[in-house]
Design a binder for this molecule. Structure first.
Ligand code: PA5
Length: 419
């Protein structure tokens, strides 16, 4: 079961202070569990069943089986919320028995796009263009060059059979599918991109990669049940939301997410986007950043320990002993004999504990104990952080479901491009 521990040697937020703030925030939890009319067009994720029920899962599995049987590669075209959840799970859990998953629609770099096209040479492939309104430049432009690549490789009918689009009903993307004979699956109209992990958006590419999406959905559904049942005082999401707002009020303006498992590399991107786009508005919000330990201890570790006290740290600490690799002496005098007979699993844990001990002298550290690094627990984490982000945004006094700030640069860009 996901658990939260606190390491805060300076007692920045005392246990009494935290309990009182959590009790004061109880109405926020009650409101969120019921859902709110003002956010009705953004809360299709609150009940996991709505977009990850049996019928949808069967359809996803059928489409994924077809792709897996006919493709060496699968291109996920999407940016931000249309890409991050799927990529975080695929890059952590993919096995070698499915198509290679290639990403597009997330860059405007000619170099990166040429490399992406080159990586498809000699491979049978299919594409999934995931775009809520089909107005975003990156996926729209990538979709074009990939349609051309398909047209050059296959007959028109075969090329069309290799195109999937995930778009909203009534959008130009749906029309394009009807006109060209592409497979269309729905992007929920009542969920914004960054909350779509448990829908066609996240689940279809994961299923193509061979991820156990039923375990993932089960994890999310169990977390939904837990967070909607736990009383305010014990509610894990509320306690986390209250804590991060309390630290923010006390002058900690950054939250640093870190783990000692590199498999979380793309999960950091999902988490960072979720909190940055949800909370960074109206001149407020914690700035979410991430670090990959132990590697980044040799980079940002210096700043964390000794630099300006800007941040608090949130760790994901995986509990399962899933892997083992024991270091033996090879007879060469290399000054590392103190490691003889030790397992990397234990060395990594010792490094984690030492880091928390050192960092918590300077800044508050929150530790989420994650039972295992598997599909079920990814489902738990997705639902947990989405729900906590909703609560946290409400406590901060902003709308956690819009992102008006991202339009500013687009205005200048589209003007310059003559849109
Ligand atoms: O979370 C969000 O709403 C955004 O990050 C979107 O997912 C992102 O901008 C991509 O939008 P679209 O799917 O419309 O291309």
């Amino acid at each position: 079961m996901l658990k939260l521990k606190l390491a805060d040697k300076r007692n920045v937020v005392s246990a009494e202070e935290l309990d009182a703030a959590v009790q004061a925030a109880a109405p926020v939890l009650a409101q969120a569990c019921q859902g709110e009319a003002q956010y009705a067009d953004s809360q299709g994720w609150l009940d996991v069943q709505e977009w990850a029920g049996e019928e949808i899962l069967r359809n996803i599995e059928a489409i994924a089986a077809r792709v897996r049987a006919t493709c060496d590669a699968f291109v996920l075209i999407g940016v931000g919320g249309s890409n991050n959840a799927a990529r975080s799970v695929i890059e952590a859990l993919k096995t070698d028995d499915g198509p290679e998953i290639i990403y597009a629609g997330n860059t405007l770099s000619a170099n990166a796009l040429n490399r992406m096209l080159k990586s498809l040479e000699g491979k049978d492939f299919a594409i999934d263009c995931i775009a809520k309104n089909f107005e975003t430049l990156e996926p729209g432009a990538s979709f074009r060059i990939l349609r051309k690549a398909l047209a050059q490789r296959y007959t028109p009918a075969e090329a069309a059979s290799r195109v999937i689009c995930t778009g909203t009903f009534g959008s130009p993307l749906e029309q394009l599918c009807t006109d060209n004979g592409y497979t269309f699956v729905p992007f929920p109209t009542n969920i914004g991109g960054r909350y779509t992990a448990m829908t066609y958006v996240g689940l279809l590419p994961m299923a193509v990669a061979g991820v156990d999406i039923r375990a993932l959905v089960q994890g999310a559904a169990d977390m939904q049940r837990r967070l909607h049942a736990e009383a305010a005082g014990e509610n894990l999401a509320l306690r986390y939301a209250v804590l991060r707002n309390a630290y923010y009020q006390k002058g900690y303006k950054l939250e640093l997410l870190a783990a000692f498992e590199p498999q979380y590399r793309y999960f950091y991107k999902w988490w960072t986007q979720l909190f940055a786009e949800s909370e960074g508005k109206d001149g407020k919000g914690l700035f979410p950043v991430a670090a990959e330990f132990s590697e980044d201890l040799h980079a940002v570790g210096q700043y964390i320990q000794d630099g300006a006290p800007l941040m608090f740290e949130t760790f994901l600490d995986v509990q399962e002993r899933a892997d083992s690799l024991v270091l033996e002496s090879d007879g060469v005098k290399d000054n590392f004999d103190y490691l003889n007979g030790k397992d990397f699993y234990d060395i990594n844990k010792i490094a984690f504990n030492a880091t928390v001990t050192a960092h918590s002298e300077k800044l508050p550290c929150l530790i989420f104990e994650v039972p295992a690094l598997d599909a079920y627990n990814f489902g738990q984490l997705f639902y947990f952080f989405q729900f906590a982000c909703y609560l946290s945004g409400k406590l901060l006094g902003i709308n956690p479901f819009d992102q008006p700030g991202v339009e500013a640069y687009k205005g200048w860009m589209f003007q310059a491009l003559g849109k």
